[in-house]
Design a protein around this ligand. Structure first.
Ligand code: FAD
Length: 313
């Protein structure tokens, strides 16, 4: 079947498109085409899509804003589902329990602002992480502008609602969830929503912290070019952060094709224009080789590198 790029599949009631450039759905703006692509708005649409993928034997990849992902140059030969339009306004505040429940498609910025407007604080550190609630839960996203202080979304979670590969909707309580450094046991599940425990806080203080958090990021991170944020996890017990180790081996500003190790924040790889996934992967290998050679430290990628998949005929 040959249809123009991005067109809808005739006859299907679910909003399915195909041959969609993934570069438009990743903040680093890299990636070939998804064979099938969809932006479900509701659980019914999502279930329809999963049924279609099952019947067609297609691999599925669920994404949020694509702010922590490197898609392959060859694209993805299955169904990519983005949650950016999945109940994007569904935020429920429980004033008595001081909780906020948000659907996976809610942006972290909206989550922080809605909580603030309801007189709740605790989510400020998430406000300028450019992802969705779903992506942040899967990644156990975290940020702190205070040295030595670690703040991760997992610490706030009371419950996460998921869709299992068998199509069952389940509520997982904090006790059933495993939170690690940018790693959780939510991988392989579809995250539908999360409930976070916050605390009462004055609006002005929350607003101030959101602003401070942005100023800090703007100062420290490289927001001039498209990127996927920090590329490597910080190694435990090593002689510095990943950025510091990369800087020490002299790779700051190193360019391969259109990709560059940021000359502002060495743990960022930025797309200076026309970068390919292969350029980024070559820089990742170069960094790993040089840092291992100099410090005996293996730097593990934080970004999700989607591998080339070929579907057996
Ligand atoms: C400029 C910049 C700054 C950043 N700063 C930070 C930071 O300070 N701290 C931090 O932790 N991260 C940071 N990041 C990385 C990124 O924003 C976070 O990891 C964010 O939580 C990812 O959310 P997302 O919606 O974009 O997820 P995506 O990147 O789309 O996906 C991330 C992973 O989650 C999976 N996923 C996403 N949604 C779902 C879902 N609903 N169900 C199942 N699986 C899903 C994807 O398959 C993928 O494996 C930064 C990125 C950028 C570009």
């Amino acid at each position: 079947m040959s249809l123009p790029v991005g067109s809808k599949v005739p006859g299907l009631k679910i909003p399915l498109r195909f041959d969609v450039p993934l570069s438009r759905y990743s903040t680093i703006q890299i990636g070939g085409n998804a064979k099938f692509f969809s932006e479900p708005k509701s659980i019914e649409e999502l279930q329809g899509l999963l049924e279609f993928a099952r019947e067609s034997d297609l691999p599925i990849l669920g994404i949020g804003k694509g702010s922590n992902i490197l898609f392959p140059d060859d694209g993805f030969p299955g169904l990519v589902i983005t949650f950016i339009h999945f109940e994007p306004n569904k935020i429920v505040i429980d004033q008595d329990r001081e909780t906020v429940t948000a659907s996976s498609g809610v942006s972290l910025y909206r989550l922080a602002l809605a909580s603030r407007d309801a007189g709740l604080g605790g989510a400020e550190f998430l406000s300028h992480i450019p992802g969705t609630v779903g992506g942040a839960l899967v990644m156990n996203a975290g940020f702190s502008r205070f040295p030595g202080k670690k703040m991760e979304i997992g610490e706030l979670v009371e419950e996460v609602t998921v869709l299992t590969p068998e199509g069952e909707i389940k509520n997982l309580s904090q006790g059933e969830l495993e939170w690690d450094y940018r790693k959780t046991n939510l991988d392989g599940l579809i995250v539908l929503a999360g409930r976070l425990k916050l605390h009462r806080a004055p609006t002005e203080a929350v607003t101030k912290e959101i602003q401070e958090s942005f100023s800090y990021r703007n100062r420290v991170q490289d927001l001039r070019y498209p990127s996927a944020g920090s590329v490597f996890k910080n190694p435990a017990g090593a002689q510095g952060s990943s950025g510091q180790l990369i800087e020490k081996v002299g790779l700051k500003g190193k360019k391969i094709g259109g990709a560059m190790i940021s000359d502002k924040h060495a743990n960022f790889i930025v797309n200076t224009g026309g970068a390919r996934a292969s350029d980024v992967l070559d820089l990742i290998s170069l960094v790993q080789e040089k840092v291992l050679e100099a410090f005996g430290v293996h730097l593990e990628p934080e970004i999700r590198i989607i591998q080339n998949i070929s579907i057996p005929k």
